[in-house]
Design a binder for this molecule. Structure first.
Ligand SMILES: COc1cccc(COC(=O)c2cn[nH]c2)c1
Length: 242
């Protein structure tokens, strides 16, 4: 998979070269190219933003700079690409979306700043390629760069060979629609807190049941929306008895 990121703060994407992702890049599982949007400005001030039509606070990123940058970035590789624009106004990014993105040959991320990018940029490219405006949560960041780090990590860990242990990607949170329950490791007792007995019983049926119960409890408590979204056959009568 090839990932391109266009941003006015390339340094913000340095963490992509670290650790797990750095290894994936090194082993060729993932190509990541970061581009400075200002390389496509022609004025001495390298202006990328301007005042919003219709008035209002803040600035909007200018379409022509984005157009020149995205044209060049897209032309640099023949693989079909999906343009992803992180924004508070986007559709929620979910684990399902991460799996869909992991199947893409190429992702191009546009990092917005200020009050956002002139809407005509998204509208223009949406006529010739898939364009997603996505939100990583209901809060406002200063720019899209941090959201790109979140999305790239969620996607890259799903790529075969990137994670040490492939099973954990299949069994991680949300894979069965529920939150992950509590996890424990040695020592058996820590500051007077003992590991739940069942986990040391060796009774794998009871352990699976206990884990499912904890996941259901936690999900009902913290994310009732996920319970409501479960398909009707997702809960068996043991689940319902909980
Ligand atoms: C594209 O226009 C803008 C404008 C303002 C901030 C940003 C950065 O994204 C977020 O703040 C965000 C993404 N998911 N949740 C919050 C983008």
């Amino acid at each position: 998979m090839r990932i391109d990121v266009v941003t006015i703060f390339p340094g913000y994407l340095a963490p992509l070269r670290e650790a797990l992702l750095g290894r994936a890049v090194g082993t060729g599982l993932l190509d990541i190219a970061v581009h400075d949007l200002r390389d496509w400005t022609h004025d001495v001030h390298q202006a990328v933003d301007d005042a919003p039509y219709g008035g209002g606070p803040g600035m909007v990123m200018r379409p022509h700079v984005w157009g020149e940058a995205l044209d060049d970035v897209l032309a640099a590789d023949p693989r079909p690409a999906r343009l992803v624009v992180p924004t508070p106004a986007g559709r929620p990014f979910t684990q399902a979306a991460a799996h869909a993105y992991a199947a893409q040959e190429r992702l191009v991320f546009a990092c917005g700043r200020y009050e956002g990018i002139d809407q005509r940029v998204v509208d223009h490219y949406a006529a010739s390629m898939p364009v997603d405006e996505i939100s990583i949560g209901d809060y406002v960041l200063v720019g899209g760069e941090v959201a790109v780090l979140v999305v790239v990590e969620a996607v890259a860990r799903l790529l075969p060979g990137v994670l040490g242990n492939p099973r954990s990607a299949a069994e991680d949170s949300f894979s069965d629609g529920l939150l992950e329950g509590p996890a424990y490791t040695r020592p058996e007792v820590w500051r007077g807190h003992a590991v739940p007995e069942v986990l040391r019983s060796g009774n794998h049926g009871a352990i699976a049941r206990w884990r499912r119960d904890r996941a259901l409890e936690r999900t009902a408590e913290r994310r009732p929306d996920l319970i409501a979204a479960l398909p009707p056959d997702a809960l068996d009568e043991a689940d319902r008895a909980l």
